[in-house]
Each structure stands twice: as structure tokens, then as C-alpha cells.
Ligand binder design. Structure first.
Ligand code: NAD
Ligand code: SER
Length: 325
């Protein structure tokens, strides 16, 4: 049976990718790894194997790969853009050392690898609209530097060692199950959560900061589609542009006000605005569409309805538990 390892499994993406992978590989076929056990009363034991380890620890990764007979790694563990600017040395260490460990072990143990890149590889000289697959890549953040360096490392390992490593440049990911961790696009999830809980929101980006975004179910589908595509179909071995839709904070506030009429958003931008300023407004993902038939299913309105349904239901459950408790 096939066994997959997900690093950064407790995170916004990892927690949902694990669920999707379990439906393919079974609960015991998906091994989660993170710095801390998952939150919740069952901790480690909930839903299959869990390894507490740091991806910078090559020996711990090697032990895990051998113990669980891993054949594919989804290497998600990373510091994101805003946290990376607060801790640039740590961002370099975790993002680069972790990836190098995974790629080297993948060569030794004959593993396949998925590793996410980001729109953070682009920079102020990159064309902002319909940013092409091949273009100027001049990241301004340590996070973006590690993502572009990681892309080049992945391509090198593919060319030099024949390693089957695949990658997507995700846009900002939006989801309701697990809170995001230290990104610039996280304002969108914060705004949804506030609106669903009847609170107003103060946004840390400016009202017109338009960025590419994607709803989590599409991000999971893109990931699995890329990993299931035949190797000979793939023309991009650094990282595929992948897109769904773009919006600004004021677009999102307006979409929310169509459902929550008394919701109000104010703006007090901080240092994260500078990060957003360097990123594209929209992405050309023709290569992904051509090579492995990528097409998104959610637009802003469909995502907004689904997000609000889930967040409002979660809030009702919390209130019920409060009444019972
Ligand atoms: P997240 O911050 O929610 O989760 C990252 C997880 O990695 C956390 O659970 C954290 O504990 C773990 N981690 C951090 N350092 C570690 C270490 N040294 N060893 C082991 N685990 C460690 O991030 P996410 O949003 O789930 O992102 C997952 C991946 O997707 C990252 O590589 C990120 O760069 C990429 N990505 C995310 C977005 C997005 O909008 N969320 C967009 C583009 C790319
Ligand atoms: N969404 C991520 C961030 O804002 C980009 O990779 O950091």
C-alpha cells in the first residue's frame, strides 16, 4: 500500500490536504508531521500516525520515511511571508534546509515530492496583470527568496537526478477549517470570520490591494491533479502558475455586505501592504490548463456563500456548546 508523508500537517493547507489524501490512501496511509501534535483532545492519536519533528532535522525525517515506508512527500512546512519578514534567518533555515533535506532523502529513498511555491516569487518588476509563467522573478521578501530558490532547487534535482518533484505557485488560499499562519493574504480569512461572527473588521491592507486568491477545495484539487498527471505531460519543472480569481479588500467587503448587510470594513494598512504591493494582481495559468487540464470551480461569490455557511454553522455549534457547558 502507498504511504504518503505530509509535513506542516497542522497548517491551513496541510489539515485539509491530509483529509483529501486519507480518502485515497486510508487513514493509516497518511503520516502527518509537524512541530507540535495536532490541537484537540485526542492529540497525536486522532486520525492516524503523527510524527513530532522539525523538518530541519534530517535524521528524524529519514527515520520517519523508513519507519512508515513512505513513497510520496507533500512537503508543506514553511514560514509564510509576514512571519518570514519578522524572522528572516529562521525563514531561510526552515524553508531551504527543510526542502534540501526532503529532496536529498527523496533521491535516496526513491520518493515523489510535492512542494508548494507562491505568488511571492514575483516582484515589483514583474508584469502585474496576467503575470506569465516565464517572466521577471525578483522577490522582495525572504519568503519569496526562499520560494524562488526552492523552485530552482526542485528543477535542478529533476534535471540532475531525475527526481519526480512537482510544484504549484499557489495564490492566497482561503479556507474555514484551520486558521492561516502568518501570511499577507490572510486578511481575507480574517474578514470572513469577522463578518460571520457579526463583527466589523479593520483590514491591514489598503482597500484596492488586488491579489490573486483561491478557495481551498480548488487548491486541493489542483494539488492532486498535478500529482496524478503523467510525468510526460509536464512542461514546467520549477513551479506552475495556477489561478482562480482576484479581488481587493474592498471587493471582498462588498461581496460580504451582500450577505451580511450590517458588516463594515475599515482600513489601517501596516507593513504587510508593502509585501502586497510587490505581488501580481492576476496570474496567467495557461501552462497548467494545457498540461494537466487545470480549471477552477469557485468564483468570489460561490466561495463567499460557502465560507459564510460553514463559519456561521461553526459559530452556532460553539454557542450551543456554550449553552450546554
Ligand atoms: P501554515 O503556516 O498554516 O502551516 C505551516 C505548518 O508548518 C505549521 O503547522 C507549522 O507548525 C509547520 N512548521 C513550521 N516550521 C516547521 C518546521 N521547522 N518543522 C516542521 N513543521 C514546521 O501554512 P499553510 O498556509 O498551510 O502553507 C503550507 C504551504 O503552502 C507552505 O509551504 C506555504 O508557503 C505554501 N503556500 C501557502 C499559501 C497560503 O495562502 N496559505 C499560499 C502560497 C503557498
Ligand atoms: N498567501 C501567502 C502569504 O500571504 C503567499 O504564499 O504569505
Amino acid at each position: 500500500m502507498s504511504h504518503v508523508l505530509v509535513t506542516g500537517a497542522n497548517g491551513q493547507l496541510g489539515s485539509e490536504l491530509v483529509e483529501a489524501l486519507r480518502s485515497r490512501h486510508g487513514p493509516s496511509g497518511v503520516i502527518r508531521l509537524d512541530l507540535q501534535p495536532p490541537p484537540g483532545p485526542d492529540g497525536h492519536a486522532a486520525g492516524g500516525p503523527f510524527v513530532v519533528a522539525d523538518v530541519r532535522d534530517r535524521e528524524a525525517l529519514a527515520d520517519c520515511i523508513s519507519q512508515y515506508q513512505i513513497d510520496t512527500v507533500y512537503h508543506l512546512a514553511s514560514l509564510l511571508s509576514a512571519t518570514g519578514e519578522q524572522h528572516p534567518d529562521r525563514a531561510w533555515d526552515v524553508n531551504m534546509e527543510g526542502l534540501k533535506n526532503v529532496l536529498d532523502l527523496a533521491c535516496t529513498h526513491h520518493l515523489r515530492v510535492f512542494w508548494p511555491s507562491s505568488i511571492a516569487v514575483f516582484g515589483p518588476s514583474t508584469p502585474k496583470a496576467d503575470t506569465p509563467q516565464k517572466t521577471v522573478l525578483d522577490p522582495t521578501t525572504m519568503y519569496g527568496v526562499t520560494k524562488r530558490s526552492g523552485e530552482l532547487l526542485c528543477r535542478y534535482y529533476h534535471r540532475r537526478y531525475g527526481l519526480d518533484v512537482r510544484s504549484l505557485r499557489y495564490p492566497g488560499l482561503i479556507s474555514h477549517k484551520t486558521a492561516p499562519g502568518g501570511g499577507t493574504t490572510d486578511y481575507a480569512v480574517d474578514m470572513y470570520t469577522s463578518a460571520a461572527n457579526g463583527r466589523d473588521y479593520t483590514c491591514f491592507l489598503e482597500p484596492d490591494a488586488c491579489l490573486p486568491m483561491m478557495y481551498m477545495p480548488d487548491a486541493i484539487r489542483a494539488t492532486l491533479s498535478l500529482m496524478e498527471a503523467p510525468a510526460e505531460a509536464l512542461s514546467v519543472r520549477d513551479s506552475y502558475n495556477v489561478a482562480a480569481f482576484s479581488f481587493s479588500p474592498q471587493d471582498l467587503a462588498a461581496a460580504l455586505q451582500r450577505h451580511v448587510s450590517n458588516f463594515a470594513c475599515t482600513y489601517a494598512s501596516d507593513e504587510r501592504q508593502q509585501i502586497a504591493d510587490a505581488w501580481p494582481a492576476s496570474i496567467d495559468d495557461t501552462a497548467a490548463r494545457t498540461d494537466w487540464n487545470w480549471t477552477p470551480t469557485y468564483d468570489l461569490d460561490a466561495m463567499t456563500e460557502d465560507m459564510l455557511d460553514h463559519l456561521q454553522e461553526d459559530e452556532r455549534l460553539r454557542e450551543d456548546e456554550g449553552v450546554r457547558g
